[in-house]
Ligand binder design. Sequence first.
Ligand code: AVI
Length: 332
Amino acid sequence: MPDDFGSAARIVDRGLVDLALSGLSRRQKTLPAKLFYDEEGCRLFYRITELPEYYLTRTERALLPEVATAVLTTLPPRAVLVEYGASDETKAAYLLAGSGQKATDAGTETSAIAAYVPIDVAMPALLQLRARLAASHPRLAVHPIAGDFMDPVKLPGAVAGLPRLGFFPGSTIGNLDPADAMRFLALARRTLGNGAHFLVGVDLRKDPSLLLPAYDDAAGVTAAFNRNMLVRLNREVGANFDTAAFAHRAVWNDVDSRIEMHLVSRKAQAVSIAGQVVRFDRGETIHTENSYKYTAGRFVAMAADAGWNCTATWSDPAQLFALFLLQPIGAG
Ligand code: AVI
């Protein structure tokens, strides 16, 4: 075996190396946001959702009971819930309330949701989710799909013919560039089909004085989440980032209506990644994430371009966050 990495043999994920090197060889260096979500990244993200500055999760969660009641009364009975990016069932649980639970009188089930198709890249998380639901909702059919929601999805044959409710909570749509967000909405339109409903959670455009702390919290959890990408590259592909030599920075880009996260090189330095050297000037940044913030009008217009009509909207009194219920344009 060639000994490029010293005596300890290392199995390097070439896909990850290529992904990192291609982003880091651009004029504006980038690393893709999907690198955030290893086990530690998921743990840090969960902590972010509980931070006082990060209003998104708690605001959406506060809206969900009312939204779920309204959506479930609109849906035909025995629908399938298709959740995009479902790392756990916490948000879906509002829509599954009463669905397939242990019933004292098994003959009287009236719930709207008969089946649940969670879609996520992480199969282990999906299997845990299915095990939890088997205990809490034994009569609910759960069909996890492991995959990237940006790829076309084929729904399982077992749910063919059931009415469909798509669900994309958490403003994850904000992490897609507008062209990809449109492409995603159009893809979901095709997967869910005529007669579907689609509930999408979106963080709304607001004053940067509220937005910036949500992405640069006092406890430094978001900074750790951002730097974890470098920790991951050190561990998984043998890079030698000095993580303390990169500062976390969140900036509001008003023209593109997005929060950008960057890692700022605190000094001129060179980093080796799988034998390739990447140089940083002092103050040079790696752009790691965009989080787009939409006005309600902008989101509804984008959804319309992708074939969806907005039939209901829910928001909190401060208009921080909104849930949009979409139905296909021109379909019965
Ligand atoms: C997952 N996503 C909606 C989060 C967001 O707010 O854009 C990811 C995140 N990045 C930093 N904090 C949270």
